[in-house]
Design a protein around this ligand. Sequence first.
Ligand code: PMP
Length: 355
Amino acid sequence: MVHNFNAGPSILPKDVLQQASESLLNFNNSGLSILEIGHRTALFEAVLHEAISLVKELMQLGSDHEVLFLHGGASTQFMQVPYNLLDEDQTAAYIDNGIWGSKAIKEARLFGNVEVVASSKDKNHTYLPKEFTTPAGAVYLHYTTNNTVEGTQWQSVPQTDLPLVADMSSDILSRQLDFNRHALIYAGAQKNIGMAGVNLLVINKNVLGKVKRKIPTILDYRIHIENGSMLNTPPVFAIYVSMLTLRWLKKMGGVAAIEKLNNQKADLFYSTLDSLPMFKGPVAKEDRSKMNAVFVMEDISLEKQFLDVAKQENLYGIKGHRSVGGFRASFYNALPLSSVEVLVQVMKDFANKVG
Ligand code: PMP
């Protein structure tokens, strides 16, 4: 048995993979593959509608919030958000708390003024900068709820009066959060929602239509909303896999139930980490991510040996991001507690043997 700690694309529920693979040959007993059906058929429209209504239900969204499934990775949103929300003579506030947030800042600067109101760059983004003030008249505040590479996670929504824009790519639907408090949420699907190739967007429609610039049709959120995510051919299979994953999440008991499981996994991992002097967590304890645990070894020369042992034990995807080094274990929704139990046992055994 393989234990999949990949950071993304990452583990999906077995049931989802089973159903998706059956649908590749015969979708809903239609005799056609899901890859062969038109997006404007009743067959696919049912999939899209179910996916959208599951998002609304699982996130408990109010009537102002619209749900879109759009092409492109989350990186597209680094550009599409300011394109739609930030005029050239306006200012947006950004929190710079990781590599992905820094990329979002770079893109936003192409469209208007960006003020970085807080940054954790001084300590390689190993903590979250929670104290900040925002400039008067700023049109939104952007932050990354979970920093996939550095292993930090906002435990609560930042305090601000501004409309909030959040990149939730790596922790969406993993815990209860005031989703309605956000003006705009975006997430690449390939971690907690499904497979790569589609973005989930949740947008409060009241923030749209305010910029003066002309927006190309394919990038205009309002037109996507008017067309119900069907302006052009949507990524049919990726949306189908998202729908199956959302169905699975609902069956598991929804966001509250998965949060409980995610807390158990993170508690088990971090309590073990803190009990073994051989391993270290570089991230401030209060900011530790429950989705991506970053850790290193006190003696760096042992890291290769630990990685080899992990490989023998079928622990897959724990090598750290190339910019951080060490190790990273991702505990997304679909990862069972039993995989974390194996990981911590391997760490304990290694510490006993080599320490
Ligand atoms: N934001 C975050 C928080 C991410 O983790 C990632 C990808 N790992 C991205 C944005 C970029 O996503 P994509 O590769 O889908 O563009």
